[in-house]
Structure formats: C-alpha cells, structure tokens
Design a binder for this molecule. Structure first.
Ligand code: SAM
Length: 195
C-alpha cells in the first residue's frame, strides 16, 4: 500500500490507517496547514461523535489555517472533535488529559509551507516532545515523524530523531525508518515508532 504514494505525508497517512481506530484520541504535534489534522479526524470520527484530535502548533498563523481548513471540510459535530492549542509540542501533556488513550502522535517537522520559513521545529524541543509522546502513547500505538532536511537545522534535527530512535527499548518498541533513496538531496525520511 505504500508504493502508490509519492508524498511522504501520504505514506504516513496510509500507515496511520492501519493503526488508528474510530473513537481514538490522537495528537497532531505540528498542525501547520491542517492537512494531517484533517486526515486524523477522518480516521477517528465515528457516528457517536467520539474520537478526538489534539492539534498543536507554536504559530498562531498555523492554527488559523488549520481552523479554516476544518471549517471548510467538516460539519459542526466533527469540528468539535478537534481541539486546537497554540503551544509548543513539548508541552503536550499539559493539554491532553492524563487518562486519554492516545494511539497516535504525529510530527511533520520543519517550517509551515507557505508561511514564515524562520519558524521551524528545533531539535531541543522536538526531543522533549518525542519524550512526551513516548510517555503517553498506549500499547499498540504509534509515533509518526516526517523529517525534512533541506532547511537550516534540518540535518541536525534528523540526527536527533535517529539517535532518539536508536535508544528506544527493543522490548517495548519497534522503530523503523522509510527513506526515498532516489531523492538524495531531500530524502524526506519517515520514522515510525510502534509500541
Ligand atoms: N502538519 C502540517 C500540515 O499538514 O499542513 C505541516 C506542518 S509544518 C511542516 C511544521 C509546523 O510545525 C509549522 O506550522 C510550525 O509552526 C510548527 N512548529 C514549529 N515548532 C513547533 C513547536 N515547538 N511546537 C509545535 N509546533 C511547532
């Protein structure tokens, strides 16, 4: 199911489909323009209006864009299943209830496409956010990370994610990486950590 997809985010969405269930709680740690948030909502929303997407971004502009996309794409019941927060993803545990069974935490690192290219995810806070994601994900859940390397700091952030992955306990986690080998200057690696 992976090979029909050209964009890294589409590949990530395909993998999410095999893990996330209707009624689940999931976190979009970098909601940006809202495309990942919308894809997640479509996976968790069910007829009884359970399911919840926590969508986080450090940039107010991104939350406005996500809000607009949701406004255009969802009915009012579905919209209520998305909770938007203008905070750093390293603080996800401050907004997601401690008893919430979180099955997916997704990161799409880098800058906001069409936005301010100076506002990027940074290794230090990405690392704290990955640690938080690791703490709150339920057994059977997934941490998904799409990494861009073309911008300043991108390669360093990739190294941070790789080092983090290589130190995860082999008893509790399966950590893997998908990478487009025929795009050497922008391989867009995708990491999946399955608990
Ligand atoms: N997932 C988005 C979508 O579907 O459109 C694209 C995300 S974009 C590549 C990366 C986003 O991460 C930007 O909107 C940026 O503002 C956000 N970001 C940067 N640092 C952050 C942080 N510490 N916490 C949360 N979001 C952050």
């Amino acid at each position: 199911y992976l090979f029909g997809k050209k964009r890294a985010t589409d590949v990530a969405h395909m993998v999410w489909k095999h893990i996330v269930q209707k009624g689940d709680t999931v976190i979009d740690a970098t909601c940006g323009n809202g495309f990942d948030t919308l894809a997640m909502l479509n996976l968790v929303a069910d007829d009884s209006h359970k399911g919840c997407v926590y969508a986080l971004d450090i940039q107010k502009d991104a939350l406005d864009k996500t809000s607009l996309l949701l406004e255009e794409s969802l009915d009012s019941n579905e919209k209520q299943l998305v909770k938007l927060f203008n905070i750093c993803h390293s603080k996800m545990e401050e907004v997601v209830p401690t008893n919430a069974p979180v099955r997916l935490v997704a990161f799409n690192l880098g800058y906001l496409p069409g936005g301010d290219k100076e506002i990027i995810t940074r290794s230090e806070t990405t690392l704290l956010a990955l640690e938080a994601a690791k703490r709150i994900i339920i057994p059977g859940g997934l941490v998904s990370i799409v990494v861009y390397v073309g911008h300043p700091g991108g390669r360093e952030e990739l190294e941070t994610v790789e080092t983090f992955a290589s130190r995860m306990s082999v008893e509790n986690w399966i950590c893997c990486k998908l990478q487009m080998l025929n795009r050497p200057s922008s391989p867009i690696p995708i990491f999946f950590f399955r608990r």
